[in-house]
Design a protein. Structure first.
Length: 179
């Protein structure tokens, strides 16, 4: 956002933290009404939308796109990462819950973030060109590639993740939302 001329970008980004707290407060209500699969798919759809908004927003007349992208951070994060942690806890046998949570954390925040930082650095480089003596970044291309990546993960989850599980609620499978 700094690169495209947004004034006080760091201050504006704090809206994402407020959003995350608000969505976290709503999660118990959401968990009672939507299946794990449904929550994950909604979270991945929010990632797709967020990245597309970042791709097409600007510091002028489309600044609203940046604000919406920042504000939906809570849905993106909580609907995907927090739901994954709670699902792991619900599905793991009691004797393995700590191990399962440790593995989940290692895979997402350790290995996942390590490779994500490598890939995103390479992607920024890929979408950067030298124009004279300065570097120009194609942020639209960068963010759209991220949006398409999130869409690919959405499709994988939609096609292959088949659970009727609800977090914090035990019901008969006939009453549980599938997606």
């Amino acid at each position: 956002m700094n690169d495209v001329g947004v004034v006080n970008a760091a201050g504006k980004m704090t809206l994402g933290q407020f959003s995350e707290v608000l969505v976290m407060l709503l999660m118990p209500w959401i968990f009672r009404r939507v299946s794990v699969r449904g929550i994950l798919l909604r979270g991945l759809a929010a990632w797709c939308v967020r990245y597309a908004l970042l791709a097409f927003g600007n510091a002028g007349d489309r600044m609203w796109m940046f604000y919406v992208a920042i504000i939906i951070h809570g849905v993106c994060y909580d609907f995907f990462f927090m739901t994954g942690q709670l699902y792991t806890d619900a599905e793991a046998p009691a004797s393995l819950r700590n191990t399962a949570q440790g593995l989940y954390t290692f895979v997402t925040y350790g290995v996942g973030m390590f490779f994500g930082s490598l890939l995103s650095g390479g992607a920024v480089d890929f979408f950067t060109a030298s124009v004279g003596d300065r570097l120009v970044r194609n942020w639209t291309g960068f963010w759209m590639s991220s949006s398409m990546g999130a869409l690919a993960i959405f499709l994988v989850v939609a096609l292959f993740f088949r659970t009727r599980s609800m977090i914090g609620k035990k019901e008969s499978p006939a009453l549980v939302e599938v997606g």
